[in-house]
Design a protein around this ligand. Structure first.
Ligand code: Z5A
Length: 218
């Protein structure tokens, strides 16, 4: 049986990942693709507990290396108990954030060594990578306005604007290093335009994969 595809969705705060994951899910399911939706950090009960620790505001300063190790601990659990079994069963996995977020937040945002991140990535994933990453891009101020209007801010969302500028630049660096892996979407536009753009670009990628993926009842 063909293994499924692994698609990730990335971007800075308030960029509309949750909203557009629902749209991508509907787009893929209409093609008969069996899909697992998940997220990072999280995706399993244990990894969701780590997520809770990572996102909670606390008085004790959070050491950046401890944060990095917890992100990868959650990822190892998620990858080996949810993502890889689903892909090996021929399902596709659509995931809200993955390792590009670590390069952007812990690398560019916190200033941790990219070489250290690459070492942990290799430990957890080997050379395995997502098949496609949908990068939603928005200017930081607009994104933060959306996030603030939506709900109370968590520990990451409470960072200063300079942090999110570095994160955004970190994502752009990932895109520039491997553009063939990404779809870049201007997420600052009205939702209808954003989703029309996603549909066009995603359809192009699906067409290029057409003879290689598994659909229900095949
Ligand atoms: N993190 C990390 O540091 N390192 C890692 O390796 C990983 C993660 C994997 C939790 O992630 C945190 O973990 C994250 C980085 C860190 N930082 N934070 N915070 P998360 O992905 O769960 O958290 P999030 O960024 O807050 O994601 P979210 O909840 O999915 O929010 P969103 O992307 O902004 O999506 P949204 O809720 O769909 O959109 C926000 C609002 O904007 C909402 O009211 C929408 O209705 C609205 N919206 C969406 N699109 C539009 C358009 N086009 N126009 C107008 N309004 C819109």
């Amino acid at each position: 049986m063909a293994v499924g595809k692994f698609i990730t969705v990335e971007g800075t705060e308030g960029v509309g990942k949750s909203t557009n994951i629902a749209f991508i899910q509907s787009h893929l399911e209409k093609q008969g693709i069996e899909l697992v939706i998940s997220r990072e950090p999280g995706g399993t009960p244990l990894a969701e507990q780590i997520r809770g620790l990572l996102l909670a505001k606390r008085s004790e300063p959070f050491d950046a290396t401890a944060e990095l190790l917890m992100v990868f601990a959650a990822r190892a659990q998620h990858l080996n108990t949810i993502i890889l079994p689903a892909l090996n069963a021929g399902k596709w996995v659509l995931c809200d954030r993955f390792t590009d977020a670590t390069y952007a937040y812990q690398g560019a945002g916190r200033g941790l060594s990219l070489a250290t991140i690459a070492t942990l990535e290799s430990l957890v994933q080997g050379d395995w990578q997502p098949d496609l990453t949908v990068l939603l891009d928005i200017d930081v101020e607009t994104g933060l306005q959306r996030a603030t209007a939506r709900a109370a801010l968590d520990r990451f969302e409470s960072e200063k604007i300079e942090f999110f500028e570095r994160v955004r630049a970190g994502y752009k660096a990932r895109l520039n290093a491997r553009p063939e892996k990404f779809i870049l979407i201007d997420a600052g536009r009205p939702l209808r335009d954003v989703q029309a753009n996603i549909a066009i670009q995603l359809s192009g990628v699906l067409a290029s994969w057409r003879d290689k993926y598994t659909v229900k009842n095949q």
